[in-house]
Write a protein that binds this ligand. Sequence first.
Ligand SMILES: Cc1cc2nc3c(=O)[nH]c(=O)nc-3n(C[C@H](O)[C@H](O)[C@H](O)COP(=O)(O)OP(=O)(O)OC[C@H]3O[C@@H](n4cnc5c(N)ncnc54)[C@H](O)[C@@H]3O)c2cc1C
Length: 415
Amino acid sequence: MRTNWAGSHTYAATDLVTPGSVAELQALVAGSPRIRALGSRHSFTDLADTDGVQVSLDGLASEIEFGEGSVRVSAGIRYGDLAAALVPRGLALANLASLPHISVAGAVATGTHGSGRRNGSLATSVRALELVDGRGELVRLSGEELAGTVVGLGALGIVTAVELAVEPAFEISQVVHEGLAWSTLLERLDEVLGCAYSVSVFTRWTGEEVGQVWVKAKVSPGFEPVEIPGAHPASEQVHMIAGMDLENTTAQLGVAGPWHDRLPHFRMGFLPSAGEELQTEYFVPFERASDALEAVRALGAEFGDTLLVTELRTVAGDGLWLSGAYGGDVLAIHFTWRRDRERVDALVALIEEALRPYGARPHWGKVFGARADVLAPLYPRWDDFRALATRMDPDGRFRNAWTARHLGTEAESRS
Ligand SMILES: Cc1cc2nc3c(=O)[nH]c(=O)nc-3n(C[C@H](O)[C@H](O)[C@H](O)COP(=O)(O)OP(=O)(O)OC[C@H]3O[C@@H](n4cnc5c(N)ncnc54)[C@H](O)[C@@H]3O)c2cc1C
């Protein structure tokens, strides 16, 4: 029995195949009526599943080629392993998610992001993609072709290699602030979330105090520690989930360190988050963020102990068709839940209702309820994406139960 990382979904795929070359992968795709790429298994639903075969890229040679301002990597590489190759060359990625354990291809396929008022999602670092499409052909996509293809949900092909933008390495100082009042956060949201390179707010929604503000500041000459009105720096290392092991978290207390060891909250090789959990996240336009927060806060008492913690982050707007940040900057409102699917589904329905007036888009890799008819109006390029998927996958090999529910592909499915 194979499950996803959180143990919340048991894969129904008949087999997990590990091709040893791109040519083998092409033949596999061409000969499989149903097939789906599997990354590091960190999505929470049946998104990566299929009633045919799943493909792992672990058998393909792990290549890293350095170019001018970019690096070309095998798609299945994890961010932590990529960072280990970039650091000795004095290079960095612009941003990382909360954990370095996830694969590059799986992360960008779902619009995975970190935080930062001026930082785009991880998908915005992609400069080129190489993928095996639904006809078994290997294609390279770059420039304007990327807008529709990077956040591709595994529905366009199996990505074999990714070219990512890199920049000179930098250091980050991470300080957690406590004691922030909700009233201050709501009045000064842009100031608090924009006070450093990457900022995350953790809350359980109840009481007058918000919780923790994780401030990741770029260390530069003349760098001054950040101050947040009414809050104070924590005096010891903390975890955002009460009772979890502090050893799992990256160093805080203002000790400067390399980008890859401070931008994620969790250390490679250690347990990220809680483990047995579910996650949900919605993106709302930043200009409506305070109102959206008030709407969710009104539900705070409902969450009870099903909610482990909420994280608030920001993502800069982009032009990627299915990105949560398509067309403008967003606030990302995230929930880490206990692994109680029935209760979580009920809470997700409440949250989606409360956030509907704000045009909230869900994180594709997490648990959400909205079906294709509700989602379509939220993405101006929705029909273009569906048409692209039909062109790149004319026989529907990459379709699955998830795409039927959330992209509305069932009418075109063959089974
Ligand atoms: C503990 C934890 C923390 C997380 N933190 C964050 C966070 O900070 N920010 C955030 O935005 N998200 C976060 N996530 C969500 C996570 O980043 C996404 O679910 C992401 O898709 C996981 O990548 P994966 O490789 O594990 O994907 P999988 O679950 O393996 O697959 C996800 C999708 O990607 C597709 N895919 C995978 N590989 C390929 C490929 N080679 N070619 C084409 N398609 C492919 C799959 O078919 C599937 O559709 C977190 C998840 C966990 C479990």
